[in-house]
Design a protein around this ligand. Sequence first.
Ligand SMILES: Cc1cc2nc3c(=O)[nH]c(=O)nc-3n(C[C@H](O)[C@H](O)[C@H](O)COP(=O)(O)O)c2cc1C
Length: 257
Amino acid sequence: MADKNVFNEVPENLGFYEEAIPVNWEEFKKVAESRRSIRIYKDDPIPENVMRECLRLTTLAPSSSNLQPWEFYWVRSPEKKAKIIEFCLSQPAAKTAQELIVCVARTDTWNRNRKWMVERLKKEPNTPPVAFAYYEKLIFWVNYQGPCSILAPLKWLITSTIGLFKVMPRFPFGKKGLMMWAVKSTALACENLMLSLRAAGFDSCPMEGFDEVKVRKLLELPTDALPMMIISAGKRKPECMYGPQIRFDQKHYVFEV
Ligand SMILES: Cc1cc2nc3c(=O)[nH]c(=O)nc-3n(C[C@H](O)[C@H](O)[C@H](O)COP(=O)(O)O)c2cc1C
């Protein structure tokens, strides 16, 4: 039997329930199967309300400890849009797009968001004390790296040593670890955006072929914010793809263990 800790000490009845509403499996498959990376878009605009709804669905993605380490910059100013296209090396997926969204992973918002979580949880009637312990203590020490990440080696040493004897989550160490932590959650939100666009009858292309430094500067982002992907959006034109969708045999990627 495992020791009691902040992870397993949860009451049997969590006190809240949301109905698993019926959804259409066949329709979802159509959305996932018809999402393709589109390089040439038609001139048809995406209605503003559709973009707003897709962006709302984007941020419904799950995130590590619900700390939502993402930001999405919907580029609306024509001047900024022209710059972003240039920074995307004027690739057709950017140049012909109706909309461009810069997806940013933030390593510096977790503490603000952690405090927001505590405030929100205080308003919920059934928040178990363990949730406060999680956000007020554990999450702080898990993500806090100290000035210039000075604590990272120490945290690694402590975690690795305890990990020799106990089951131990290996938390982010240092700036790189924190970046990886933020990127994981932000990537999930990116996929939500692309699937939402498809479900709304539009298309997208994820791009990492851009000048991250110049994009960061244009959006006035701090150096530890990572513009990790730019998603272009619009309606696909005929002959807008390089070819049929290629995926290697599932046997290389899906393992039953
Ligand atoms: C992280 C990431 C970066 C990508 N960067 C680019 C890019 O800069 N330009 C581009 O045309 N496509 C880009 N793609 C699209 C891929 O080439 C595409 O997803 C892949 O070829 C599979 O095709 P499909 O999306 O149509 O299934 C990127 C995809 C991902 C996930």
